[in-house]
Design a binder for this molecule. Structure first.
Ligand SMILES: [Zn+2]
Length: 494
């Protein structure tokens, strides 16, 4: 049994001006193929897939050359057509050259935005189908932030989407993809699907599956999977920062040769979402940035620290709203991680600044109205990292101390801190600080909330409806009609 393994993921914020280019996908380790590809992310989708596939003695896995996450992470806009065609073209060539294959595993995300290609993941599946033929089976894994519709499973056979946000079950979904792909190849599973768009669009900060509404929705999907053998329920929450026609919520149900059951489960899931739509959309309190800094100061006075301030809305990484307000309100004992500013890092590098040197510069802001103004920081360099091969000779970050025991990390790219332990990598000793201002919507819950670390969590966004705002009506959508989605549609029936 010969199975090809491919990987192509990105969560594209199409409203960002900086395109995601071919060069962004090419760096030390990327693209990857063979064992190097199969070995990425042992605790995520790929690790789960490879583990279970290799429990079967008659399975051969072929790692097809694939790009890993771009250097820009999730801080970049439209993927260029050139980058997409380059990698997919090489994948198709290699599939044809090394075939025939009995199966293909596609490790995807689902929120890829490519210039000129409305549904990139479905397009990948169609081209892979053409390369491997009708008799091969195609299985994929997805992130719940994927923007998908019926098109994907018209070209592929199976899809498994992570249920939790933070994405705890990525490895588990990888194992399910492997097991069921192998069953399809053996004739032990005949997948039938039912799927439907739910015209509900939500900012990602509200989609925390630790909140009661989202947890209960996920529990409903898990209950169906527990009740019925071979029922698989995928709930795509959707990614509203991609201006693509298939954004919004989407539910897929797979059964073993039972379209009636698939339709029944689907009707139950979409009906539940629609009945719960208002609670799903009110799952988090979001405050202004001045209010967030004030609340953090008050919590510290009352001894309720560590405090986490999550600026959920920054999509470029350059936003300075929180840093500016920390300085304005003279907050102390605070870590700001991070403010992106590539040119500030280049200047630090060319000046050869070292630990203990004075740092004086205006950092961040400017790249987009959502980033705000550059903010002047005067302090001392606390940490400068050694360059690694993957830094390509460019300083990845610098840590600067300022004010009354405050620290700001200046990074090259948007950086989402998910665990307190990641701060050690910036030379930060956790115990010395009371407030941690980070840029994350929900993933930080993993290490800061679910772990019991934070005594108080405040989620904030600027007053203006910038890119990343919960007020989606402030964004200039062109490829989807916001007024067709709840809560922006007048008609509440569905
Ligand atoms: Zn996600």
């Amino acid at each position: 049994m010969k199975i090809a393994v491919l990987h192509f993921v990105h969560e594209t914020v199409t409203f960002l001006a900086n395109e995601t280019t071919l060069d962004d996908f090419i760096y030390e380790g990327s693209p990857a193929k063979g064992e190097a590809l199969l070995g990425i992310d042992p605790k995520s989708y790929m690790g789960g897939f490879v583990k279970v596939a290799r429990e079967h003695a008659d399975v051969e896995l072929v790692g097809i050359e694939s790009p890993l996450q771009p250097k820009t992470g999730i801080g970049s806009g439209w993927i260029t057509r050139e980058a997409f065609e380059f990698f997919v073209g090489r994948m198709v060539e290699q599939l044809k050259a090394e075939g025939p294959f009995d199966g293909v595993y596609l490790a995807l995300h689902g929120a890829m935005g490519v210039t000129g290609i409305p549904r990139p993941e479905a397009e990948i599946a169609r081209r892979v189908r053409q390369a491997v033929g009708a008799s091969a089976f195609i299985a994929a894994t997805f992130d719940p932030h994927g923007n998908e519709d019926e098109a994907f499973l018209q070209a592929a056979d199976l899809a498994f989407t992570v249920k939790y946000y933070p994405h705890y079950d990525a490895y588990l979904q990888g194992t399910r993809a492997a097991r069921n792909l192998i069953r399809c190849i053996r004739g032990d599973l005949k997948p039938t699907h039912a799927s439907r768009k739910v015209p509900l669009i939500s900012p990602t900060v509200l989609q925390w599956t630790g909140s009661a509404a989202w947890m209960s929705l996920i529990n409903r999907a898990l209950t169906w999977e527990a009740r019925e053998p071979d029922v698989y329920v995928n709930v795509f929450f959707g990614f509203p920062w991609s201006d693509v026609p298939d954004a919004g919520m989407f539910v897929q149900v797979t059964t073993h040769d039972d379209p009636t059951l698939a339709a029944e489960v689907l009707a139950d899931m979409v009906g539940t979402i629609w009945r719960q739509k208002d609670v799903l959309l009110s799952s988090a309190d979001i405050v202004s940035i001045p209010a967030a800094i004030g609340a953090a100061a008050q919590a510290c006075e009352q001894g309720a620290f560590p405090v986490v301030i999550a600026d959920h809305s920054d999509r470029s990484g350059y936003a300075t709203w929180v840093l500016d307000e920390i300085i304005r309100q003279e907050l102390s004992d605070t870590v700001v991680a991070t403010v992106a500013d590539a040119s500030a890092l280049d200047r630090v590098q060319s000046a050869g600044l070292a630990v203990g040197d004075t740092f004086e510069a205006a950092i961040g802001g400017r790249v987009d109205p959502s980033a705000g103004e550059a903010v002047s920081v005067v302090g001392k360099v606390l940490h400068v990292p050694q360059l690694r091969a993957k830094d390509a000779g460019r300083l990845p970050f610098v840590t600067v101390g300022f004010g009354r025991n405050n620290v700001v990390v200046i990074s090259r790219y948007l950086t989402q801190i998910m665990e307190p332990s990641e701060l050690a990598g910036f030379g930060i000793e956790l115990g010395r600080y009371k407030v941690f201002a980070i840029k994350s919507r929900v993933h930080f819950r993993l290490g800061f909330d679910d772990s019991g670390f934070a005594k108080k969590i405040v989620i904030a966004e600027p007053d203006e409806p910038f890119l990343g705002t919960t007020r989606l009506q402030g964004l200039g959508y062109r490829n989807l009609d916001l007024s067709s989605f709840y809560p922006y549609r007048r008609d509440a029936s569905f």
